[in-house]
Design a protein around this ligand. Structure first.
Ligand code: HEM
Length: 158
C-alpha cells in the first residue's frame, strides 16, 4: 500500500514521467505480500492491547485472505530451481503457506478469546513463519561479493 502511494507520489512529483519498469513491476505474489505486511505491522503495534481487539481481528482476516490468495501464485524463485525439482518446490511452498494460515487462525482464536498474552506469542510464530518462508521460497538477493566472484569467474573464462 505504502509503496503504491510512493509510486503515485513519484509520478506526480516527476511530472508524470514513468517509473522505470524494473522498479514498478510487481508480481501478483508481491501484491499479496504487501497487503499481509501492512496488516502484520499494524498487529505488531496493537496486538497486546485488548481495547484494539476488534480491529486486530480485522487485520487477522486481511492476512488470512491474502495468504490464501498467495497460495495460487508461484514464487519468482521457482524459475531458479532446476525443472525436475520445481514441483516439489511449489508443493513445499504451498504447504508452508497453509501452515501459515493455520497459525493465523490460532491468532484469531486467541484474540476472540481475549487472550492477548497468547496472541503476542502467536504473532512471534508468524514472524518465524515469515523468516522461514522467505529463506526457503523468496529469491535471494545477490550480494556484492557474489557478483564480484561471478565477474572474476567470467574474466577467467575469457
Ligand atoms: C507475517 C508474514 C509475512 C510478511 C509480513 C511478509 C512480507 C513480505 C514482503 C513485504 C515481501 C516483499 C514484497 C515486495 O517486494 O513487494 C514478501 C515477499 C515474499 N514472501 Fe512474504 N511475508 C510473510 C510471510 C510469508 C510466508 C509464510 C511465505 C511462504 C510460505 C512468504 C513468501 C514470500 C515470497 C516467495 C516472496 C517473494 C515474492 C515473489 O517471488 O514474487 N512470505 N513477503
Amino acid at each position: 500500500m505504502n509503496i503504491r502511494l510512493l509510486c503515485l507520489a513519484s509520478v506526480l512529483v516527476f511530472g508524470g514521467s514513468p517509473v522505470p519498469a524494473a522498479q514498478k513491476a510487481h508480481t501478483p505474489l508481491e501484491d499479496q505480500m504487501e497487503e499481509i505486511n501492512a496488516a502484520y505491522r499494524k498487529l505488531g503495534r496493537q496486538v497486546a492491547d485488548a481495547a484494539k481487539n476488534a480491529d486486530s481481528l480485522k487485520q487477522v482476516a486481511i492476512i488470512r485472505e491474502h495468504a490464501l490468495a498467495a497460495l495460487k501464485h508461484d514464487p519468482k524463485r521457482k524459475a531458479d530451481v532446476p525443472a525436475p525439482e520445481q514441483a516439489k518446490f511449489l508443493s513445499d511452498y504451498q504447504a508452508a503457506m497453509k501452515a501459515f494460515v493455520v497459525t493465523v487462525d490460532k491468532l484469531g482464536a486467541a484474540l476472540t478469546a481475549g487472550k492477548n498474552d497468547v496472541a503476542v506469542t502467536v504473532l512471534q510464530e508468524l514472524k518465524k513463519a515469515q523468516e522461514d518462508g522467505h529463506r526457503d521460497f523468496r529469491r535471494r538477493k545477490i550480494t556484492f561479493e557474489e557478483k564480484a566472484a561471478e565477474a572474476a569467474r567470467r574474466n577467467e573464462e575469457k
